[in-house]
Design a protein around this ligand. Structure first.
Ligand SMILES: Nc1ncnc2c1ncn2[C@@H]1O[C@H](COP(=O)(O)OP(=O)(O)OP(=O)(O)O)[C@@H](O)[C@H]1O
Ligand SMILES: CC(C)(CO)[C@@H](O)C(=O)NCCC(=O)O
Length: 313
């Protein structure tokens, strides 16, 4: 038992993986050849062993929680004598910059879509609720990008409130890692999916001027966790890969283009400094302290391999 896992049941990888074989066909998550092909096309670094051992039982667990949610909703409607639409089942995913939140979220979306249909499972990130680089600079907050004060929390809270309100249509502002900024006047539009996944570093954080938290709107919350030294390594590897891609694409409008104009060693040195002065303090001061609020923790080790699942008791 890990010392830090207070109030959690810690399930080791092999025990979690063994759950898949014990499930009935209706409980188990469907992994079609098409879903596998989609996963590989999305990120060929993902280990298929993790897909089967970790993600298949995880998707089954989400399906189970969703079925409970549906029953609960129907009973409540019957009690109140109402026939409104069921609002989406909201899954929040939190964790450090570069720990793999968006990869996990996209994987869960692809696997749930294979089971429930494409339109049923939506995904968005809270990155779009960051203030634009221009707004951050005007407020002298550019070096605090990703910290709580760099987000428009009011807009994020209003967005999750609209989802839970069962709004016929909601939209979230888009963020581009290519330009490292919010895309002005660009939105993703969602029309009442059954499951809504929201990933972001701040999904389990409190909001300074609001009595409610974003996580009050979650039906299930997941924290992606790993040792800090590993996350730094993943951050630098991703930086290196994105710099390489900008070089190959020869695209000066790409945010990473400027890093191709200086020697690799110098670029890596700067990225390490951004990690040390921005993302690491953010992790230690504001993100990691929210871990214990999650219903489920995916604990990763070397190579993104998930070695433990922590389930809230
Ligand atoms: N399961 C995995 N297997 C292999 N590589 C992975 C896995 N998950 C994430 N990665 C890699 O780790 C890096 C960080 O992942 P990702 O971009 O998903 O992180 P993130 O937490 O969403 O980051 P940010 O908060 O900055 O958006 C990427 O290079 C990604 O390809
Ligand atoms: C957009 C966020 C805040 C979160 O995904 C992050 O990727 C980021 O840009 N952090 C700021 C420091 C940096 O450039 O890494």
């Amino acid at each position: 038992m890990t010392d830090m896992a207070f109030n959690y049941e810690v399930i080791e990888r092999d025990d979690w993986g063994a759950l898949a074989s014990k499930m009935s066909a209706s409980q188990s998550a469907l992994i079609t050849p098409k879903a596998l092909a989609n996963i590989k096309a999305f990120n060929d670094q993902i280990s298929m062993d993790d897909v089967l051992t970790i993600y298949q039982p995880l998707v089954s667990y989400i399906k189970l929680r969703y079925a409970q949610y549906e029953r609960n909703f129907a009973e409540r409607q019957a009690f109140l004598g109402r026939t409104d639409h069921q609002s989406p089942f909201v899954v929040g995913i939190a964790g450090s910059v570069a720990v793999g939140k968006s990869t996990t979220a996209r994987l869960l979306q692809l696997m749930l879509q294979a089971d429930m249909g494409e339109a049923s499972v939506a995904l968005t990130t809270t990155d779009g609720f960051l203030m634009s680089n221009e707004q951050l600079k005007a407020r002298n907050l550019f070096d605090r990008k990703g910290f709580p004060e760099s987000y428009n929390m009011e807009a994020l809270l209003s967005f999750v409130n609209d989802i839970k309100d069962g709004a016929a249509e909601v939209r979230s502002p888009r963020y581009s890692h290519d330009i490292s900024d919010v895309l002005p006047n660009e939105y993703d539009v969602f029309k009442r999916p059954k499951i809504f996944i929201i990933e972001g570093i701040n999904t389990l954080q409190t909001s300074p001027n609001s009595p409610v938290y974003v996580s009050d709107f979650f039906d299930l919350s997941i924290y992606v966790d790993a040792a800090t030294s590993l996350i730094e390594h993943w951050y630098i590897s991703r930086f290196d890969a994105l710099r390489e891609q900008a070089l190959v694409n020869n695209d000066p409008s790409n945010f990473f283009w400027s890093w191709t104009q200086i020697p690799l060693a110098d670029a890596i040195k700067i990225a390490k400094n951004v990690w040390k002065t921005v993302n690491l303090p953010n992790l230690e001061q504001y993100i990691l302290p929210t871990r214990e609020r999650a219903d489920l923790v995916l604990h990763k080790t070397v190579g993104h391999v998930i070695d433990q699942i922590w389930l809230r008791k």
